[in-house]
Design a protein around this ligand. Sequence first.
Ligand code: DCM
Length: 156
Amino acid sequence: YPTSVQAAMSDERFAGHEGEDHAQEVAAAAIISAGSILLAQRTYPEELAGLWELPGGKVHDGELPAEALRRELEEELGVTTAIGPRIGVDVDLAGAGSDSERYVLRAYLVQLIAGEPQPLEHAEIRWFTVAELRDADLVPNDRVWVDDLVRSMREH
Ligand code: DCM
Protein backbone atom coordinates (compact mmCIF):
# COMPACT_ATOMS: atom_id res chain seq x y z
CA TYR A 1 0.00 0.00 0.00
CA PRO A 2 1.06 3.66 -0.48
CA THR A 3 2.43 5.29 2.67
CA SER A 4 -0.71 7.42 3.12
CA VAL A 5 -2.92 4.31 3.12
CA GLN A 6 -0.61 2.47 5.52
CA ALA A 7 -0.86 5.42 7.87
CA ALA A 8 -4.65 5.33 7.68
CA MET A 9 -4.71 1.56 8.30
CA SER A 10 -2.61 1.88 11.43
CA ASP A 11 -4.80 4.76 12.64
CA GLU A 12 -6.83 3.84 15.72
CA ARG A 13 -10.05 5.11 14.09
CA PHE A 14 -9.56 2.55 11.32
CA ALA A 15 -8.76 -0.23 13.78
CA GLY A 16 -11.93 0.68 15.69
CA HIS A 17 -14.12 -0.47 12.82
CA GLU A 18 -13.11 -4.05 13.45
CA GLY A 19 -13.89 -3.86 17.15
CA GLU A 20 -16.30 -1.97 19.39
CA ASP A 21 -18.00 0.04 16.62
CA HIS A 22 -19.26 -3.04 14.82
CA ALA A 23 -22.11 -4.04 17.14
CA GLN A 24 -25.55 -4.43 15.54
CA GLU A 25 -28.38 -2.75 17.43
CA VAL A 26 -31.55 -4.17 18.93
CA ALA A 27 -33.98 -1.31 19.68
CA ALA A 28 -36.64 -1.61 22.40
CA ALA A 29 -39.58 0.67 23.19
CA ALA A 30 -40.51 2.22 26.53
CA ILE A 31 -44.17 3.05 25.83
CA ILE A 32 -45.32 5.02 28.86
CA SER A 33 -48.81 6.42 29.34
CA ALA A 34 -50.72 7.64 32.42
CA GLY A 35 -47.97 6.39 34.74
CA SER A 36 -47.90 2.86 33.30
CA ILE A 37 -45.63 1.07 30.83
CA LEU A 38 -46.65 -1.37 28.08
CA LEU A 39 -44.78 -4.67 28.27
CA ALA A 40 -45.03 -7.71 26.00
CA GLN A 41 -44.70 -11.36 26.98
CA ARG A 42 -42.24 -13.37 24.87
CA THR A 43 -43.04 -16.72 23.30
CA TYR A 44 -39.44 -17.65 22.28
CA PRO A 45 -36.73 -18.83 22.74
CA GLU A 46 -37.59 -21.37 25.42
CA GLU A 47 -35.46 -19.68 28.11
CA LEU A 48 -37.24 -16.32 27.54
CA ALA A 49 -40.78 -17.61 26.88
CA GLY A 50 -43.23 -16.27 29.47
CA LEU A 51 -40.95 -13.37 30.44
CA TRP A 52 -41.92 -9.72 29.83
CA GLU A 53 -39.94 -7.30 27.67
CA LEU A 54 -39.95 -3.86 26.14
CA PRO A 55 -41.14 -4.67 22.60
CA GLY A 56 -38.73 -4.12 19.72
CA GLY A 57 -36.24 -5.91 17.54
CA LYS A 58 -33.12 -5.89 15.41
CA VAL A 59 -32.19 -2.89 13.29
CA HIS A 60 -31.78 -4.11 9.71
CA ASP A 61 -28.88 -3.04 7.48
CA GLY A 62 -29.55 0.40 6.02
CA GLU A 63 -32.17 1.27 8.66
CA LEU A 64 -31.91 3.95 11.30
CA PRO A 65 -32.72 2.68 14.82
CA ALA A 66 -35.86 4.86 15.01
CA GLU A 67 -37.10 3.56 11.63
CA ALA A 68 -36.49 -0.01 12.73
CA LEU A 69 -38.33 0.48 16.00
CA ARG A 70 -41.33 2.07 14.25
CA ARG A 71 -41.42 -0.91 11.86
CA GLU A 72 -41.15 -3.47 14.68
CA LEU A 73 -43.94 -1.81 16.70
CA GLU A 74 -46.20 -1.78 13.64
CA GLU A 75 -45.48 -5.51 13.11
CA GLU A 76 -45.65 -6.58 16.75
CA LEU A 77 -48.38 -4.32 18.16
CA GLY A 78 -50.17 -2.90 15.10
CA VAL A 79 -49.60 0.69 16.19
CA THR A 80 -48.17 3.88 14.73
CA THR A 81 -45.56 5.46 17.00
CA ALA A 82 -43.19 8.38 17.41
CA ILE A 83 -39.72 7.43 18.64
CA GLY A 84 -38.25 9.74 21.28
CA PRO A 85 -34.97 9.97 23.19
CA ARG A 86 -32.85 7.13 24.58
CA ILE A 87 -33.49 5.89 28.09
CA GLY A 88 -31.19 3.74 30.24
CA VAL A 89 -27.81 2.22 29.50
CA ASP A 90 -26.62 0.18 26.52
CA VAL A 91 -26.85 -3.55 27.21
CA ASP A 92 -24.37 -5.91 25.60
CA LEU A 93 -26.09 -8.95 24.12
CA ALA A 94 -23.71 -11.88 24.10
CA GLY A 95 -24.53 -14.17 21.19
CA ALA A 96 -27.99 -12.78 20.37
CA GLY A 97 -27.50 -13.67 16.72
CA SER A 98 -27.00 -16.99 15.00
CA ASP A 99 -23.69 -15.56 13.74
CA SER A 100 -20.78 -14.31 15.81
CA GLU A 101 -22.02 -10.72 15.41
CA ARG A 102 -22.08 -8.54 18.52
CA TYR A 103 -25.39 -6.93 19.47
CA VAL A 104 -26.15 -3.95 21.67
CA LEU A 105 -29.63 -3.44 23.13
CA ARG A 106 -30.89 0.16 23.48
CA ALA A 107 -34.18 1.50 24.85
CA TYR A 108 -36.06 4.54 23.51
CA LEU A 109 -38.99 6.49 24.93
CA VAL A 110 -41.89 5.97 22.52
CA GLN A 111 -45.27 7.66 22.10
CA LEU A 112 -48.36 5.96 20.70
CA ILE A 113 -49.75 7.98 17.79
CA ALA A 114 -52.50 5.74 16.43
CA GLY A 115 -53.96 2.29 16.96
CA GLU A 116 -54.80 0.09 19.92
CA PRO A 117 -51.82 -2.17 20.84
CA GLN A 118 -52.43 -5.86 20.13
CA PRO A 119 -50.26 -8.92 20.84
CA LEU A 120 -49.65 -9.79 17.16
CA GLU A 121 -46.36 -11.61 17.89
CA HIS A 122 -46.39 -11.93 21.70
CA ALA A 123 -48.31 -14.19 24.06
CA GLU A 124 -49.84 -11.16 25.76
CA ILE A 125 -49.38 -7.43 26.25
CA ARG A 126 -50.29 -5.52 29.40
CA TRP A 127 -49.91 -2.10 31.02
CA PHE A 128 -47.81 -2.28 34.22
CA THR A 129 -47.90 0.26 37.06
CA VAL A 130 -44.65 1.13 38.87
CA ALA A 131 -45.36 -1.48 41.57
CA GLU A 132 -46.24 -4.11 38.95
CA LEU A 133 -43.09 -3.33 36.92
CA ARG A 134 -40.92 -3.79 40.02
CA ASP A 135 -42.60 -7.18 40.55
CA ALA A 136 -42.67 -8.30 36.92
CA ASP A 137 -40.79 -11.32 35.52
CA LEU A 138 -38.71 -9.31 33.03
CA VAL A 139 -36.24 -10.75 30.54
CA PRO A 140 -32.80 -10.48 32.23
CA ASN A 141 -31.47 -7.83 29.81
CA ASP A 142 -34.32 -5.39 30.52
CA ARG A 143 -34.02 -5.55 34.34
CA VAL A 144 -31.16 -3.02 34.36
CA TRP A 145 -33.56 -0.32 33.05
CA VAL A 146 -36.20 -0.58 35.81
CA ASP A 147 -35.06 2.44 37.88
CA ASP A 148 -34.85 4.66 34.78
CA LEU A 149 -38.27 3.48 33.60
CA VAL A 150 -39.83 4.13 37.02
CA ARG A 151 -38.41 7.67 37.04
CA SER A 152 -39.93 8.32 33.62
CA MET A 153 -43.28 6.73 34.57
CA ARG A 154 -43.54 9.09 37.56
CA GLU A 155 -43.09 12.07 35.22
CA HIS A 156 -45.87 10.95 32.85
N1 DCM B 1 -34.09 -8.58 23.54
C1 DCM B 1 -34.05 -8.26 24.90
N2 DCM B 1 -34.89 -7.32 25.41
C2 DCM B 1 -35.77 -6.70 24.60
C3 DCM B 1 -35.84 -7.00 23.21
C4 DCM B 1 -34.98 -7.95 22.72
O1 DCM B 1 -33.24 -8.83 25.63
N3 DCM B 1 -36.58 -5.78 25.13
C5 DCM B 1 -33.16 -9.58 23.00
C6 DCM B 1 -33.77 -10.94 22.79
C7 DCM B 1 -32.96 -11.48 21.64
C8 DCM B 1 -32.57 -10.25 20.84
O2 DCM B 1 -32.71 -9.15 21.73
O3 DCM B 1 -31.76 -12.06 22.16
C9 DCM B 1 -33.38 -10.04 19.58
O4 DCM B 1 -34.74 -9.94 19.93
P1 DCM B 1 -35.87 -10.71 19.08
O5 DCM B 1 -35.64 -12.18 19.27
O6 DCM B 1 -37.17 -10.25 19.70
O7 DCM B 1 -35.70 -10.24 17.67
